[in-house]
Design a protein around this ligand. Sequence first.
Ligand code: ADP
Ligand code: MG
Length: 603
Amino acid sequence: MENTDLRIRRLPPDVASRIAAGEVIERPASVLKELLENSLDAGARRVQVESLEAGKKLLRVSDDGRGMSPEDCRLAFERHATSKIAAFEDLEKLSTFGFRGEALFAISAVSRSSLASCPSGRRAGWRVDVEGGRVTGEHESPPVPGTTLEVRDLFFNTPARAKFLKSDAAEKSQLTRVIEEAALANPHAAFAYKSEGRSVLKLASHPSESVEEVLRARVREVLGDDIAASLIWVHEEHPGLSLRALIAPAEAMAPTRNLQFWFLNRRPIASRLLQQALYRAYDAFRGRDRHPMCVVWLEMPADRFDVNVHPAKREVRFRMDRPVFEAVSGAFSGSLLRSRGIPTIARAPALGADEVRETLAAYQNAVRPSGALPAADRSGPAVATAPACAPTTTPQLWGEVAGPRWYTPPFRFLGQIEQAYLVFDAAGGMLVVDQHAAQERILYERYCAELKTGKVKTQALMLHLPVELPASQVQKVLAQADRLKRAGFEVAAFGKTMLHVTAAPAVFQKGEDLKELVHRVLDELEAPGAAAADIQRHALATVACKAAVKAHDRLGAAEALKLLEDLKACEDGTRCPHGRPSMISLSRDELARRFRRPGAPPL
Ligand code: ADP
Ligand code: MG
């Protein structure tokens, strides 16, 4: 909207009352979001942010936008005073972030604020101070073009609200996140952010490049070089929908859901519909615990969607779901396919845990004429997607036997295939063990035991493991450093968008997969309402199993048999911690059947 008349007016009451009411000022980050939006609405090209005590003591936003006259400086703090709409109909063609004229009103009511502003070309600026909603002073200010908003002592007069704030680390991370989102949404503007006197973000403006280059450069600044370099550029124009995106190639998905950013007309949004479209596109390629990464910029005419759903203005409803879903999903899957050639579809399906149980049970039931089991026997315990740490009672299917059912000594080690599979003669049948899956299981259970007793042995990593993350998430991980330490991991900041894992639990000898850890912990931290301790343990344990030994070791008979003994001691030795089978077997009976012999000879 080219607004020709930018004076601030009070909205007539009938207009004000028809706009979903209630600016939500819950925390420093919500203040910052409003201030940034105002600066961007004012056409700012450079925005500087400073915070002290996680924004509770001070938030200062300075911009080089169009500035305000002295009258407007005063009016800006009034309720329903806005320069952005005059009539309800204007909402339909709105292109600014704000329009309710409530943010400054709401912010100034719960803080000590000041606004200093000067339109360019004026010889003097104006400053207004407000405390708890009351103007306490105003006077001339230096003629610095643009506007500076200072918000001090947030919630000083509403201590109940102050109580709902999280730890400084958490609030800080949210502040950074708000700037990251504003920066991704507005790649032409430069942003600088200082927290507690130290520079956290410095995002340059990229004026002369193509749209793709500008967006890529900004994504690189926010998400880091490695991630940005791999992303695929997507650009499609549909009637009423323009879509630009940078998305991860199918083979470079993330272990976290956190690297998905959506913007609609430069506003960060959330939408289940869009998320489903994204996952639909990745469906064919997506492995377990893998998530697409994306930064998506959508443009739509304002009358095709509704952001007025919630005052926080994040959840979007589209007038027409289907075309949006199809356009987005189609654009992504097309780009993915083009970027990777033809996907391999004909992979042999892996054995599910049920099938393993079945095979093993058949193996055990050598007396029965056919390998088939009565249906009732198949109803073992439900396949747990997340393996439990705590030793539980023996799964029903195994019954009350000494050791698990697959454990049928004597075993004779026959040899190793491809330094990956161990082959045993087991009571006249054959048992094949995937040695890596088995080792993972053993280490995993050992680590769980250490976690349970709170005695995790840690080893310093000779080579620190770098993990690239947006600055907000680096802060979040650092805020959890204590908990991580209890789990045997030590991390240190290394630059703004980089963490170093400096120590890891001694049970894991390989570092590369520890990257997963950080991502996973992040994911789990985001999960609302889950019990923190459990999550933590689960997250670490899951990662832990991935970090188990992967090297192809040559094993001798003694080690191979020792591995079986260790597996026997496991709660569930038949699966790796991720549910992949760790063993398959052919019972003597099954062998006989396959070779069409009348029956297995007696032992
Ligand atoms: P809204 O953004 O919904 O209009 P706000 O309370 O956020 O309401 O701001 C009130 C008015 O103050 C805005 O409409 C705008 O005219 C003016 N204003 C606020 N911040 C700035 C800024 N940084 N630069 C220029 N004008 C601003
Ligand atoms: Mg506003």
